[in-house]
Design a protein around this ligand. Structure first.
Ligand code: A2P
Length: 341
């Protein structure tokens, strides 16, 4: 027996859950054992892990006995119901859903931006929204130098953010449309192939979507600055993997585009791809499967005193979900924080 944690992945059969297992394996996460949990529908099925197969078990109230760390990615209602059950069993939870993110007792962590906030955890740690994670990785080092006052962001989000069924829906719609067949949208309200939907998650009373308000509220929480003004438009586009974002910021202190490139080149988790004359800029196709957050098209906004425009791209399933959750798990191990107080 080692002192390594026994780890459960809740939602192990989903798009993010599978990537979590892959990421744990690739990064050689020090687990004593890994348990795959999902619904009754997939209980008994097998998922490859470290050259062997994990037999999927049905999630239930007794699933967390003997588990030290549970990484959840099975949707908000499952996290709401089972994260407290897991914590009661003495298990630390890293939750990928939005269920606990704005709870004041739950740290919301991007390891490159606010790792210190992890120390205060009371059992549940939240993984931010995919679009927020990649934006904050880039904004934090700029905020540290120039203090960001305002952010205007428009997103171009891949279908994998809506789960495996949405990936299959885009694929089948493309095939059907190219063979002159009718398509019937299931996951999205409209055809997603060859289309863009300015509608992610539900609409709220203020006419924004919940996804847009996640970007507003989560950014402030992670950056620990409620004075930052954030306004967002989130759009689903017919891309399989990789979210792109057009981000405009206004800072208190001027940061030139040259300085911004220098700051971001030194910052953790970022790769600057910014040589437009050589056609070098980030794209979802090239970011897919990669760990870094890519930033390019950095240029000064000539309409305000201290403004910058940039284009930020990352793999939404990796840095936007599985990798960030595994990085949080690694920090929990490193800082000896795998305990419920
Ligand atoms: P299952 O495959 O058994 O349905 P995605 O986001 O790609 O759709 O994945 C969702 C994940 O959440 C899947 O692993 C799915 O398991 C899991 N899940 C959904 N509903 C439940 C549930 N009631 N109990 C446990 N796991 C669930």
């Amino acid at each position: 027996m080692s002192n390594n944690p026994v780890v459960a992945v809740v939602g192990a059969t989903g798009a993010v859950g599978r990537e979590m297992l892959k990421t744990l394996e690739q990064r050689n996460f020090p687990a004593e054992e890994v348990i795959a949990l999902a619904s009754a529908r997939s209980a008994g099925s097998r998922i490859p892990y470290k050259g062997q197969e994990l037999k999927v078990q049905e999630l239930g109230n007794d699933s967390f006995k003997g588990i030290n760390l549970a990484i959840f990615s099975a949707g908000g209602s499952i996290s709401e119901k089972y994260a407290p059950v897991a914590v009661k069993s003495g298990c630390v939870v890293v939750d990928n859903s939005s269920a606990w993110r704005m709870d004041e007792n739950v740290p919301l962590i991007v390891p490159e931006a606010n790792p210190h906030a992890l120390e205060k955890h009371k059992g549940i740690i939240a993984n931010p929204n995919c679009s927020t994670i990649q934006m904050v990785v880039v904004l934090k080092p700029l905020h540290d130098v120039g203090k960001i006052k305002r952010v205007i962001v428009s997103t171009y989000q891949a279908v994998s953010g809506s789960g495996q069924k949405a990936v299959e829906e885009l694929e089948s719609q493309v095939r059907q449309l190219l063979s002159m067949q009718e398509v019937e949208p299931r996951v999205y309200p409209y055809q997603i192939a060859f289309n863009c939907l300015p509608h992610i998650d539900v609409f709220l009373d203020n006419d924004y979507t919940k996804e847009e308000m996640k970007m507003v509220n989560e950014t402030r929480k992670i950056m620990e600055d409620d004075n930052i003004k954030v306004t967002a438009t989130t759009v689903r586009v017919p891309v399989f993997y990789g979210h792109s974002e057009s981000v405009n910021i206004e800072t208190e202190k001027k940061i030139s585009s040259k300085e911004a490139r220098a700051i971001l080149s030194q910052a953790p988790g970022i790769k600057v791809l910014d040589n437009p004359l050589e056609k070098v800029y980030p794209m979802p196709l090239s970011a897919a499967g990669e760990d870094e957050t890519f930033v390019g098209r950095i240029r000064e906004d000539e309409t305000v005193a201290n403004g910058l425009n940039m284009w930020i791209v990352a793999d939404n399933i990796r840095k936007g979900a599985a990798l960030n959750a595994v990085q949080i798990s690694e920090l929990l191990v490193e800082k000896n924080l795998l305990r419920v107080t």
